[in-house]
Design a protein around this ligand. Structure first.
Ligand code: SF4
Ligand code: SF4
Ligand code: FES
Length: 231
């Protein structure tokens, strides 16, 4: 029988031997800690598990997604809640995209010192500083495109010396861009028309009358669309 390779980590200062090559999230659970908040998809998509740690002999704090970063020997871990950065309140249909509304709602972007820390912190490899600069210029399209893969983890905001709420800023830009500048997708227009004409009413009525077991069977037998293949 091969022996499992173990690595020593510290959680809240207490030493634990955990299997090598597992994620911070798995290691903390292996050690007996329970994630009540700060965990979601476990696959690097939901952004809920932003975490802070330190390596042995290094005073600097490191930031990562707990479900993606692997444990290393001598890692000092802690558990933090999600990043509750304040979000500006707005009604999309009341905004005037011709004004620089991003700057009005997030004036801290004018304090960016171009340190690029946000870009280096981003687990999605997004050019975060570049979209902050684009936001300053009021370039909604550029912010929306650059930030498209943002998972709202908040690691950029945790480290920004200018106190910028990057992920709320870019979400606002994407929303505003989609309702003001981006062309309406043809497939969406067509689907909305189908819905309006009642094309799916009979199927919906049928499903509403099904038992739970019938619904489960329908789900199991569903046809799954393959990438690049329209049904
Ligand atoms: S971390 Fe903040 S100050 Fe530094 S480049 Fe990013 S937005 Fe600017
Ligand atoms: S831009 Fe910020 S919030 Fe979005 S994924 Fe990158 S680090 Fe996370
Ligand atoms: S749990 Fe969703 S990104 Fe880590």
């Amino acid at each position: 029988m091969t022996e499992e390779k173990l690595t020593q980590i510290f959680v809240m200062g207490k030493a634990y031997d955990v299997p090598a090559g597992i994620t911070i999230m798995d290691a903390m659970e292996y050690a007996g800690y329970r994630f009540v908040r700060g965990a979601g998809c476990r696959s690097g998509f939901c952004g809920a598990c932003g975490t802070v740690y330190r390596k042995d002999g290094d005073y600097r704090l490191e930031f990562a997604l707990a479900c993606q970063e692997m444990v290393e020997e001598g890692m000092h871990l802690t558990q933090i809640p999600f990043t509750p950065a304040p979000r500006s309140d707005y009604q999309l249909n009341e905004l005037d995209a011709a004004e620089n509304v991003l700057l009005q709602h997030y004036p801290a972007i004018a304090r960016c010192v171009s340190c690029n820390t946000c870009t280096k912190a981003c687990p999605q490899d997004i050019e975060v500083m570049d979209y902050v600069q684009a936001a300053l210029r009021g370039d909604l399209k550029r912010v929306a495109e650059l930030s498209f893969d943002c998972i709202q983890c908040g690691l950029c905001a945790m480290r920004c010396p200018a106190d910028i709420k990057h992920y709320h800023l870019s979400q606002m830009a994407r929303r505003l861009y989609s309702v003001t500048e981006s062309p309406e997708p043809a497939h969406l227009t067509a689907r909305m028309a189908e819905l309006g004409d009642g094309a799916y009413d009979a199927e919906l009525d049928e499903m509403m009358s099904m038992t739970l077991d019938q619904l489960k069977q329908r789900y199991a037998e569903r046809v799954i669309e393959k990438e690049g293949e329209a049904l």
